[in-house]
Design a protein around this ligand. Structure first.
Ligand code: ADP
Ligand code: MG
Length: 673
């Protein structure tokens, strides 16, 4: 059927993403129009979209105040005026007195009585029949009219094999209608369906389509998950040596949440297929020690472990912390820094290849380039949300035959983790270590910047430490750098008595590391920084943070930054300086961060504000987004789709495959990289 469509129309369909007859069937109406009813002009409700019919009594083109075609209609009950600002001369020519016209539009009450501006209209014969049912209105593109689309879709409907991919035994308990009738109802509603019934997505026919879309996504993700389980990996069972020794040396006991996730990871590592687990935990919840314990389990099985971080600062911090923890236990840690000299780097790489180093730590970039292991058993990816969706998916799909632990402080709301992360196992640390005092967040207008600067100085003089975060300037890194330098100069000149440091992305990593170390020991009191300190930096004594132009940052970024303070026992404060006037959305975002300290809640509200596409940062990455389903609204259906997907794969594998092919075509991956 598709071959018979002309090239021009086919190109336009392609623009709408339609390439097959089934694609046409899934091109569902945006809304419906009620053309089943004619109102007398005198009784028609004002302010609503209504259909009326009358004879032209007068038509004229006027030029003041601007060119306009005015047409007067009379239907026996009253008069109606139509106004067109854009029209063709041919249009004006056909609307001559005596002609019968049927119009559909919003009825208003104008100066000259009832009127419609730019209604849809057509010239009709005597006793032209009314539509019997609602008329679908489709999303379309230039050059492809509603009429053509309707015709093509009804042809596709006539020729389609709409057999159900959901077996009755699974469908009945869900109380969902069958697929064929749902699709035809949405394209060609029967006469008894009222206009309001299909507007909301809770009509059973819509529910069925939404369910099928979610089911396709779940099937694709679960299939991925199963494929991975079919691959082999070295089992790394707990031998209770290194981990127990590490726990004994730590100055704190694990929280209950840390113990729980450690047990989950430990059990995964013991299995004969590769672990792919996402460890979620709010900023400061203590993920590093969990990573260290996982590494210990790999090492006590004579395998190597690797920890990758998105930035040098973070990688170095991990190196310092983990070597302090693990070297006393006899573990050799290799530090793979971009800033190492050629010779040192070669030596470090050598120790990894030979197996002398049991743990390697570095940035992800470095690992990708050149590191070879003697026998790698576990890869740990810290702050995985910092990697682009693209890299993240690549990492996930590459995975191979090693165990992977991904850690993230950007909490992923449940609906998202159930859909886009459904191929991963997830562990959550839902508790902070004891003794933390909640951070106080303040919103302050930039007009009061000087006042804030003075307050920061007083606090530093009294022995506290502070971060001053410079504004994010997305368009220009150079400009961002300039601002950071200027702020540093200004603060240094104003307060010669303070020891002030500066870190930014362009600094050589050695210098960056040295500055961070001096901040950590307390030698530097005030650290001026760009967002390089966003993730992971852990200096418990710092209890004050100022973020300039907070309105320019994303919410998860603000939450991450704020998480740099509040790590010790002292009361911490985060001051968000904003530039007024604030836009509506900026105001809404700042309110969320001001009112919430729980990262999950911030993420949930962020998702509600932005939608999953932007939240995932997936706009350009080609992640196939859901067309009909809305994860917030359709949570109940998502839960059902998840359960049914597992059952389909187990009990009806052929139907599962058919369903996937139908919805995703040959490309059976919901996540396209
Ligand atoms: P994140 O989850 O953000 O990576 P970290 O692993 O950096 O958090 O931990 C934050 C701080 O909390 C560190 O100083 C760490 O040593 C400390 N910490 C971790 N677990 C505990 C615990 N169970 N009790 C007390 N402090 C802990
Ligand atoms: Mg961390």
């Amino acid at each position: 059927m598709f071959q018979k469509i002309g090239k021009a129309a086919r190109d336009r369909l392609a623009k709408l993403g339609i390439h097959t007859p089934f694609g046409l069937l899934l091109h569902l109406p945006l809304r419906y129009q009620d053309e089943t009813h004619l109102y007398p002009v005198a009784d028609a409700p004002i302010g609503q979209v209504v259909q009326l019919e009358g004879r032209v009594t007068h038509a004229s083109v006027t030029y003041k105040p601007r060119k306009m075609l005015t047409v007067k209609l009379q239907d026996g009950s009253g008069a109606l005026q139509l106004r067109f600002l854009h029209f063709y001369p041919s249009q004006a020519a056909t609307l001559t007195p005596g002609v019968k016209v049927r119009v559909l539009g919003e009825l208003r009450h104008g100066f000259f009585g009832a009127e419609m501006v730019h209604p849809q209209y057509r010239i009709v014969k005597e006793d032209e029949p009314l539509a019997e049912a609602l008329t679908p209105v489709y999303p379309t593109t230039q050059g492809l009219g509603q009429g053509t689309l309707r015709k093509l879709i009804s042809q596709a409907l006539a020729g389609a094999d709409l057999c159900d991919t959901l077996p009755d035994a699974l469908r009945m308990p869900l109380r969902l209608p069958d697929f064929a009738s749902s699709i035809s109802l949405l394209h060609q509603p029967s006469p008894d369906i009222s206009p309001a019934a299909l507007d909301e997505r809770n009509h059973p026919a819509w529910q069925r389509v939404i369910f099928d879309e979610l089911l396709a996504q779940q099937l694709s993700m679960r299939l991925h998950y199963q494929k991975r389980r079919a691959r082999g990996a070295p089992p790394l069972p707990p031998r209770q040596q290194l981990g127990a020794a590490l726990l004994e040396c730590l100055p704190f006991p694990l929280t209950a949440a840390q113990q729980r996730v450690c047990a989950e990871i430990s059990a995964d590592l013991a299995r004969t297929h590769p672990m792919q687990r996402l460890l979620q935990g709010d900023v400061g919840s203590g993920k590093t020690v969990v990573a260290a314990l996982a590494a210990c389990q790999a090492i006590e099985n004579d395998f190597q472990a690797a920890i990758m971080a998105p930035t040098e600062i973070l990688a170095e911090q991990h190196y310092l912390k983990l070597s302090a923890w693990l070297e006393p236990l006899g573990i050799t840690v290799a530090w793979l820094s971009g800033s190492l000299g050629k010779k040192d780097k070669r030596a470090a790489l050598e120790r990894v290849v030979s197996g002398e180093a049991q743990l390697a730590i570095g940035t992800h970039a470095l690992f990708q380039e050149q590191v070879e292991f003697r026998q790698l058993g576990l890869a740990i990816i810290d702050e995985q949300h910092r990697f682009g969706v693209h890299q993240r998916l690549a990492l996930r799909q590459k995975g191979g035959e090693i165990h992977q632990l991904m850690m993230s402080a950007t909490p992923i709301p449940r609906t998202l983790s159930m859909s886009y992360y459904a191929d991963l196992d997830v562990s959550v640390i839902d508790q902070l270590p004891p003794g933390r005092t909640p951070i106080v967040t303040k919103l302050v207008d930039s007009a009061r910047r000087d006042e804030i600067i003075a307050r920061i100085r007083d606090a530093c003089v009294q022995g506290r430490q502070a971060y001053w975060v410079c504004p994010l300037i997305e368009e220009s890194e150079a400009l961002q750098l300039k601002t950071a330098l200027e702020t540093f100069e200004l603060l240094s000149q104003t307060f010669p008595e303070l020891s002030i440091g500066l870190v930014h992305g362009r600094l050589p990593s050695q210098e960056k590391a040295a500055t961070m170390a001096r901040f950590k020991t307390g030698e530097i009191q005030l650290l001026v920084a760009t967002t390089v300190i966003e993730v992971g930096v852990d200096v418990p004594n710092a209890s004050l943070m100022v973020i300039e132009h907070a309105e320019r940052f994303g919410l998860s970024q603000l939450h991450q930054l704020r998480g740099r303070v509040g790590r010790g026992a002292t009361q911490s404060t985060c001051i968000l300086l904003f530039q007024s006037p604030l836009s509506e959305t900026a105001r809404a975002r700042l309110r969320i961060i001001y009112e919430n300290t729980d990262g999950f809640e911030v993420a949930r509200q962020d998702l509600a504000l932005r939608g999953p596409g932007e939240f995932l940062g997936a706009r350009q990455s080609g992640v196939a987004m859901l067309r009909f389903a809305d994860l917030e609204r359709d949570q109940a259906l998502l839960d059902q789709a998840r359960t049914i997907a597992d059952r389909m794969l187990a009990e009806y594998p052929e139907l599962a495959e058919q369903h996937l092919t139908r919805w995703l075509g040959q490309q059976q991956e919901f996540l396209k990289v």
